[in-house]
Design a protein around this ligand. Structure first.
Ligand SMILES: [Zn+2]
Length: 312
C-alpha cells in the first residue's frame, strides 16, 4: 500500500458538500484568517471581501468545493481545491490554525472551518472569482457519469486511446473519479486497468457505466452515513474497499489475491481472475505503456487545471 494521503474523490467531496450546506448556508463569514497569501491563486477580488457576507449555497465542480456568495452582483465564488492532502475540519469558534498543516480559517459565529494540508508540498488552493463564466473557466471539463446515457458514455470513453485507469481518472474526461474509486469500478466491471479505452465494446462500456454509478452511489451513501452529525474524515485507506489498498488480500468476488502495480506515486490494484483473464500484469512490461500513458506526477497534473490551462 502506498503510504500517502488519498485524494478526495466524488463520494468524499459530496460528503463535504453535505456538511457545508448543513452548517454554513445562511451563515455570515465573520472573518478569514490566511496563513500564507500563496494559497489564493487569484488577485481580485480578495478573499477577505467575503467577510460580512453569508454563504448562500454550496456546489461542486469536478473535485473542487465551491462556496457561493449570492449577496454580491455578480455572484462571488470561493473555489477550494483540496488536491491530494487538503482537508476541511470543523472546530469551535475562533479555533487556532494548526502549526504546520493550517492553511486558512473561515470564522463563523457558531464555529470555524479550518483548511489544512498534510505534508510539505503546498498544492491545495483557493480561487476567488466573480460570475458563472469565470467559475466555468475553473472547470476541467470532465463529464459527470450520471449525466451520460449509455450511448453518450460509450462514445466519450471509447474515443480515448488511454488505458482504462487513466481514462477514468482523467478530470478532462470524467468528473470526480480518482485512483481509489477507479480500482473499485474496474473490479466491479471486470475490466483490466490496462485495457485501452478505445477497445471497449458496447457490452463492456455498459458494464463500466453501471459500475461507475453503483460504486460512486454506494460510497457516497456510505460516507454520508458514517459522517452522521459530524464532519467527514477522508482517510488514506478504507477497509471496506474491495480492491484499492488491498494488495495480497482475497478478492471479495472470487478469492484470488488482489494484485498491485505502482507507478508515478499511484498504486493500481486489480484482480487477475476477475479482470485480466488470469494474467498477472508484470511491472516491467507495464512500465513502457505507463510511461506514455500516465502523468509522472498526478498532483502536478491535477494542479495544472488550476492555472487556467484546460488542455490535457
Ligand atoms: Zn476476483
Amino acid at each position: 500500500m502506498v503510504d500517502a494521503p488519498t485524494m478526495p474523490e466524488l463520494p468524499d467531496i459530496e460528503a463535504y458538500l453535505h456538511v457545508l450546506r448543513r452548517d454554513l448556508v445562511g451563515r455570515e463569514v465573520n472573518g478569514v484568517r490566511l496563513k500564507s497569501p500563496f494559497l489564493v491563486r487569484t488577485i481580485a477580488p480578495p478573499l477577505k471581501s467575503i467577510e460580512g457576507h453569508a454563504v448562500s449555497g454550496v456546489r461542486r465542480i469536478g473535485k473542487r468545493v465551491v462556496l457561493e456568495f449570492g449577496g454580491f452582483v455578480p455572484e462571488r465564488f470561493v473555489v477550494i481545491h483540496l488536491m491530494k492532502a487538503g482537508r476541511l475540519k470543523w472546530r469551535k469558534p475562533g479555533a487556532g490554525l494548526p502549526g504546520k498543516m493550517g492553511l486558512c480559517a473561515f470564522d463563523f459565529e457558531h464555529g470555524t472551518v479550518i483548511f489544512t494540508e498534510a505534508g510539505r508540498k503546498r498544492r491545495a488552493s483557493i480561487h476567488v472569482v466573480e460570475g458563472e463564466e469565470a467559475l466555468a473557466h475553473l472547470d476541467p471539463g470532465g463529464v459527470e457519469v450520471e449525466d451520460l446515457d449509455a450511448d453518450g458514455f460509450h462514445e466519450l470513453v471509447s474515443s480515448h486511446r488511454h488505458t482504462m485507469k487513466r481514462t477514468l481518472t482523467d478530470p478532462h474526461i470524467l468528473s470526480g473519479i480518482g485512483s481509489a474509486y477507479a480500482d473499485e469500478i474496474l473490479l466491479r466491471a471486470g475490466l483490466s486497468p490496462m485495457k485501452r479505452a478505445s477497445q471497449l465494446d458496447r457490452d463492456e462500456s455498459g458494464r463500466l457505466r453501471d459500475a461507475c454509478l453503483s460504486v460512486l452511489g454506494e460510497w457516497t451513501k456510505r460516507i454520508q452515513t458514517e459522517t452522521g452529525a459530524g464532519w467527514p474524515e477522508v482517510t488514506a485507506f478504507r477497509p471496506a474497499m474491495a480492491a484499492h489498498g488491498k494488495a495480497g488480500e482475497p478478492c471479495p468476488q472470487c478469492g484470488s489475491p488482489i494484485q498491485k502495480i505502482v507507478y508515478a506515486e499511484t498504486e493500481t490494484n486489480y484482480c487477475a481472475t476477475c479482470q485480466t483473464g488470469g494474467t498477472v500484469l508484470k511491472d516491467r512490461s507495464l512500465s513502457r505503456l505507463l510511461k506514455e500513458d500516465w502523468p509522472r506526477d498526478l498532483d502536478a497534473w491535477q494542479e495544472r487545471l488550476g492555472r487556467g490551462s484546460g488542455g490535457a
